[in-house]
Design a protein around this ligand. Structure first.
Ligand SMILES: Nc1ncnc2c1ncn2[C@@H]1O[C@H](COP(=O)(O)OP(=O)(O)OP(=O)(O)O)[C@@H](O)[C@H]1O
Length: 244
């Protein structure tokens, strides 16, 4: 008798269902479903203004959705405060890094653990983050704003990792970076995902650099989901053009 081998499907960590959100009376995201499974990298693609940032900020609790729900590990978290989401294991690295430019790298990492009240754990986590990003150890005493854009992005991720999240939401980590730095940042994201088995939801416009590290992809156009699936079909430029 032959056995049927199937890949185990990882449990869903974040489940977004029918989410709509906007600003005042203006609806920007319409009825979007999206799932992030444990350990995967899901890339959220779409043009400028497609609603990607609005969607991830709504998931994280920075914007109150007008309808729909967000569940984390099966628990309803729609409209929960973002500080509680951070404590529960969700991290957001905002567009433009969100670092404190006039503080040192070390101080930034310590501020990344601001909701933790265990100095010993903070030190252990800081050491672990510096093992993952050796440049942050080398530059520990440097003023963060004087580092390169790529290094600042690593620091922003390092700050998010201080809480040992299970899922990290990255909003356009490639923005403003030279192509060689984009490549390095993508490799760092893939490495963090592998080493920590941490799920990633990454907003990107840079299809060329984002697709190689994606395990699943969602594409938004004018606030609606128009593609959901594997990254491979999007490698076909002509097909991609029909979506964008
Ligand atoms: N704070 C705000 N107030 C009002 N409208 C906003 C606000 N932020 C974004 N918008 C509008 O919502 C729409 C979606 O913006 P959003 O930033 O979510 O898109 P995006 O896909 O992330 O784009 P980008 O790649 O440029 O960041 C845009 O038309 C934008 O002008």
């Amino acid at each position: 008798m032959s056995a049927i081998h199937t890949m185990p499907i990882a449990e869903p960590l974040l489940e977004v269902r029918g989410l709509s959100a906007g600003y005042g009376k203006r609806a920007v995201v319409h009825d979007v479903d999206l799932t992030v499974r444990a350990g995967e990298i899901r890339v959220l693609l779409g043009h400028n203004g497609a609603g990607k940032t609005t969607l991830v900020r709504s998931v994280f609790g920075l914007i109150r959705p007008s309808s729909g729900s967000v569940r984390y590990r099966g628990e309803e978290i729609t409209k929960r405060r973002c500080a509680d989401n951070v404590k529960a294991g969700i991290a957001l690295v905002p567009q433009g890094h969100g670092i404190f430019r006039s503080l040192t790298v070390r101080e930034n990492l310590e501020l990344g653990a601001y909701t933790a009240d265990d100095p010993a754990a903070t030190k252990t986590n800081r050491d672990a983050v510096m093992d993952l990003f050796p440049i942050l150890r080398e530059r520990a005493g440097q003023i963060a704003g004087t580092m390169s854009g790529g290094q600042q992005q690593m620091l922003a991720m390092g700050m998010a990792l201080m809480h040992r999240p299970d899922v990290m939401i990255l909003d356009e980590p490639s923005i403003g970076l030279a192509p060689n730095l984009v490549q390095r940042v993508m490799e760092a994201i893939a490495e963090v995902n592998r080493a920590l088995r941490m799920a990633v939801l990454m907003v990107e416009q840079n299809v060329v650099h984002a697709l190689p590290i994606a395990q699943s992809v969602t594409v938004l156009r004018t606030g609606r989901k128009i593609y959901e699936g594997a990254p491979e079909p999007l490698g076909d430029r002509q097909y991609l053009m029909t979506l964008f």
